[in-house]
Design a protein around this ligand. Structure first.
Ligand SMILES: [Zn+2]
Ligand SMILES: [Zn+2]
Length: 403
């Protein structure tokens, strides 16, 4: 496995119920308050906006200017005529066109906690001049098509002290090569509305269960599953496979309609993936579902697990009661699971060049989706899925939750 260092910010905030201080990890959606014992879901639509407070006492009499940086973290797949390439990225970019400012957040920001942006912060603000879209294009570069999934994209305002004509980094105190007068920061801190909803089943009112970094929560009382999206809880269909397990790993099961590619049944898949078997009548009738891991993991493994599960033609079923065992967090949104179909097809297909030529102007549509939990058994250092015949290292899942 490629060793990539990624870093998670921590966020200082207050419990929306009682106001007690809470520290949230960048990957978390649920605020668990130890003080009043409530759980609230945090909605940061369309993306989280943070700032860092300046810390240097010796400059405390100076004016403060806040400069925006985009932060991007996620998996990148490169689609081209060869096998899909991939990497884990953890980058930051200056969001204004001021070449004398530090081009990235660098390491200096990792020592301090972030806060959510709000009205009334002392200091002047420089609005971002480079859009989220432009940044994503910049990350992708030119050439082969890139697919980014599972990304955390956030805007972080960094403080700079402004003396009469000099500027200092608000965290390290080092002088910046830019003149104070050239930084025309003159805006007040923008309003940024955080929304909270109680983590309670909209159907029956019981407390919802799930890890704090999961986008899907479930209700043990009425056996329902809820996806956090668009500032609310949306009921989704969930099915299970091998329920008597230690851990249930989530997959997006997607039925896709392609405009050009013939790829709607298992018979088509057998052909595309060049599987040495005789195509049966039943293969021609069996709907092809793509199984995309609904959890983040190193991109090479992500494709391997997606391929093995899609080829396995499993038959999940509905459940009456929530089964025993842990639920691994769903931390890959449905939309991004859908985007991963391209890279997965590239990986499944034997003739990369042919599939690439077709996919290049393909317009896939999502016909149906549901969440499928596949049960795995815990052994020493891995989780094993006996029916599918593969295992996942516990360490790779731990790494994935940091992404
Ligand atoms: Zn509280
Ligand atoms: Zn319920």
């Amino acid at each position: 496995m490629a060793v990539v260092s990624t870093y998670n910010f921590q966020i200082d905030m207050q419990c929306p119920q009682c106001g007690a201080p809470v520290v949230l990890n960048e990957t978390e959606y649920i605020i668990q308050c130890d003080f009043c014992r409530t759980c609230n879901i945090l909605h940061t639509h369309p993306f989280p906006c943070y700032y860092m407070e300046p810390t240097l006492k010796k400059y405390s009499s100076l004016k403060i200017a806040y400069v925006p940086y985009w932060r991007f973290k996620g998996l990148e797949f490169t689609l081209g005529k060869k096998t899909p390439g991939f990497r884990v990225i953890d980058l930051s970019y200056l969001a204004v066109k001021k070449s004398l400012l530090p081009p990235t957040l660098g390491l200096r920001s990792q020592t301090q906690k972030l806060k959510f942006l709000h009205k009334g912060i002392t200091g002047s603000f420089l609005p971002p001049a480079i859009s989220r879209k432009e940044i994503l294009q910049q990350i992708g570069g030119t050439g082969d098509k890139k697919v980014h999934i599972g990304e955390i994209l956030s805007l972080i305002f960094m403080p700079f002290y402004q003396d009469r004509d000099l500027m200092y980094d608000g965290l390290t105190g080092s002088a910046v090569a830019m003149r104070s007068s050239d930084l025309d920061a003159n805006k007040k801190s923008p309003a940024y509305n955080l929304k909270f909803t109680p983590s309670i089943c909209p159907n029956c009112g019981w407390d919802l269960k799930g890890e704090t970094d999961s986008l899907v929560l479930h209700c043990n009382n009425c056996t329902s599953f809820w996806l956090i999206s668009n500032k609310k809880l949306n009921r989704i269909k969930a099915m299970f496979f091998d329920t008597k397990s230690d851990i249930h790993m989530p997959f997006w099961r997607l039925q896709i309609e392609f405009s050009k590619l013939k790829c709607s049944t298992h018979a088509h898949l057998i052909k595309i993936a060049n599987i040495p078997t005789i195509i049966q009548k039943s293969d021609k009738q069996k709907i092809l579902y793509f199984y995309i891991p609904a959890f983040k993991i190193n991109p090479k493994l992500f494709l391997r697990i997606g391929k093995q599960t899609t080829l396995a033609r499993i038959e999940p079923s509905r459940i009456e009661n929530i089964p025993q065992g842990r639920f691994h967090p769903v931390d890959l949104p449905l939309k991004e699971g859908f985007q991963a179909v391209g890279p997965l097809l590239m990986n499944l297909c034997v003739s990369k060049k042919d599939i690439w030529n077709i996919l290049a102007d393909e317009n896939p549509k999502l016909l149906s989706y549901c969440l499928v939990y596949a049960g795995f058994h815990a052994t020493g250092s891995e989780y094993i899925q006996k029916t599918l015949g593969f295992s996942i290292q516990k360490n790779s899942l731990k790494f994935g939750r940091q992404l």
